[in-house]
Write a protein that binds this ligand. Structure first.
Ligand code: SAH
Ligand code: SF4
Ligand code: F3S
Length: 480
């Protein structure tokens, strides 16, 4: 983690280089926050609300890092916070609706607290219609920025303190990656690590390539250095993050494969567990399967989104694999790593999906027997090719298919989960149980959770736990 540079001189102009420029603005914003705290006679608080995926979760840690350095303290209740930040997602329509709903609520609070600030960022802000709507009907929002310039957060805050107007800064795309900015981890013992940004796949239903821009890989050295720093700071597990980690490194000056990166990460002493997300089936190489087979640290879990079991629909989705190729990939992976847990994402009701196509999806679920699956109702995203495809499937039919799929997915996953009952496994102890303070919650290598009696002092360390009873999606256990 970076500490501030004590030599920053605010009477000078802001440096043009990053990250120095942001450290300058952190100092500047800090001054304004301090003034406001003196006026109010109390601390100022912030609350970052995160929607969407692990990418956003990681971005929120960066926002939090900046806010703390500026002098804000964290408040978990957004209705009480002096500065509320929504880090938004737009992958499905309902994610957007939730943001508008909650903004209305915040407006009522802000009317009573004029010094309150509201910032919006994340994927939804990359859509021009959204920003138009906010400019027109949500004038009380203070700062709006997108996914490409999140590193400028401190600068935008300082700008807002200096002007009376809404600050809007959205970039269409970027080829830049700014390293070494402050960041705060949610957990002391595990962390997400971005290895790449953006996506080039353009699956026909998906808005992510439009809102996250083109694929950019971080340099291997920067990734390794970050993980080493994290490990020195107490981290034992990392999750390597990218929309398609299997295409990591292809565009770097010195190309390197994801499998090669994993081998380097594996060598880091003190790091115990490696996870990664997400793998696109079309790019999952034999080399990667080999590395997973030989690794002592890569967790026995692979999230491998299938989206549909119908080769016809997969083609319309632009996924670039067939049902048969996917099943062959699963066979190879299971052969190399027999006890691996497989999870997936499935979309129901893609345009043109017939009952027959849907039965292919049900069939692939029977064949693979996923440990768990996230099922989604297709959501039309303006600007994507699928949005203008004919034969959008009627809601009642989609709902019926969704219910049938969900039921089967859940039955299978509780059966699959139960196979580990009675075994003893090493878990990373993550927290005290939400519902029962005498229990701890630990995560297995295969990503399942087990609750067992134990002392909170164990959080962040590894423990051997016998899995006494499977409860469908989790276990009850005892430490041995
Ligand atoms: N990069 C990842 C997925 C990111 S989005 C991958 O390719 O696997 C997470 C999931 O949201 C996707 O796997 C997909 O199942 C779902 N999703 C994306 N766009 C969607 C849409 N328009 N409607 C419904 N679900 C969608
Ligand atoms: Fe979306 Fe496809 Fe990219 Fe995943 S790989 S983010 S589903 S376009
Ligand atoms: Fe949502 Fe953006 Fe992630 S659209 S799923 S937060 S990349």
């Amino acid at each position: 983690m970076n500490t501030m540079n004590p030599e920053i001189n605010l009477s000078k102009e802001a440096p043009l280089e990053e990250p120095e420029r942001q450290y300058y603005y952190i100092e500047k914003a800090k001054k304004y926050v301090k003034e406001q705290m003196e006026k109010l006679g109390r601390q100022l608080t912030f609350c970052v609300v995160t929607f969407g995926c692990q990418m956003n979760a990681r971005d929120s840690e960066k926002l939090t890092g900046v806010l703390r350095q500026i002098g804000y303290t964290e408040e978990s209740n957004e209705e009480k916070a002096d500065f509320v930040i929504y880090n938004t997602c737009t992958v499905r329509e309902n994610a957007n609706m939730r943001v508008y709903g909650r903004l209305g609520q915040l407006n009522r609070i802000k009317r009573r607290k004029p010094y309150m600030m509201i910032a919006l960022c994340g994927c939804m802000m990359q859509e021009p219609e959204v920003v138009e709507k906010l400019k027109k009907s949500y004038r009380f929002v203070d700062i709006i920025f997108g996914t490409h310039n999140i590193y400028k957060f401190a600068e935008l805050i300082a700008t807002r303190f200096e002007s009376e107007r809404m600050v809007i800064d959205i970039w269409k795309d970027t080829d830049k990656i700014v390293e070494n900015l402050p960041s705060e981890r949610k957990f002391p013992f595990k962390s997400g690590v971005n290895i790449m940004f953006g996506c080039n796949n353009f699956c026909s239903y998906c808005i992510v390539p439009y809102v996250r821009g083109r694929e950019r890989s971080r340099d291997k050295e920067a990734i390794i250095a970050e993980i080493k720093r994290l490990v020195a700071d107490g981290v034992v597990e990392v999750m390597l993050l990218g929309q398609n980690v299997n295409s990591y490194g292809k565009t770097l000056e010195e190309p390197i494969s994801f499998a090669e990166l994993l081998k380097e990460v594996e060598k880091i002493e003190g790091l115990e567990r490696i996870r990664f997300m997400t793998s696109h089936p079309k790019d999952l190489s034999d080399e990667l399967i080999e590395v997973m087979k030989d690794s002592k640290k890569i967790c026995k879990h692979l999230h491998l989104p299938v989206q549909s079991g119908s080769s016809r629909i997969l083609e319309k989705m632009n996924r670039r694999y067939t049902k048969e190729q996917y099943l062959e990939l699963v066979r190879k992976i299971r052969e190399a790593v027999p006890d691996i847990s497989l999870t997936t994402d499935i979309i129901v009701g893609f345009p043109g999906e017939t009952e027959e196509d849907f039965l292919e999806t049900m069939d692939i679920v029977e064949k693979v027997r996923y440990d768990s699956a996230f099922t989604f109702i297709y959501s039309k995203r303006t600007g994507t090719p699928a949005a203008v495809m004919e034969e959008q499937v009627p809601q009642e039919i989609v709902k019926d298919r969704f219910d049938r799929l969900l039921k089967r997915v859940q039955e299978i996953s509780s059966e699959v989960c139960a196979v580990h009952e009675g075994t003893t496994q090493t878990v990373l102890v993550e927290s005290v149980n939400d519902h029962d303070e005498t229990l701890l919650t630990g995560r297995l290598s295969n990503n399942l959770l087990v609750h067992f009696p134990g002392d909170a002092g164990l959080i962040g360390s590894f423990a051997d736990v016998r899995l006494d009873e499977c409860k469908g999606f989790y276990y009850l256990g005892t430490m041995v």
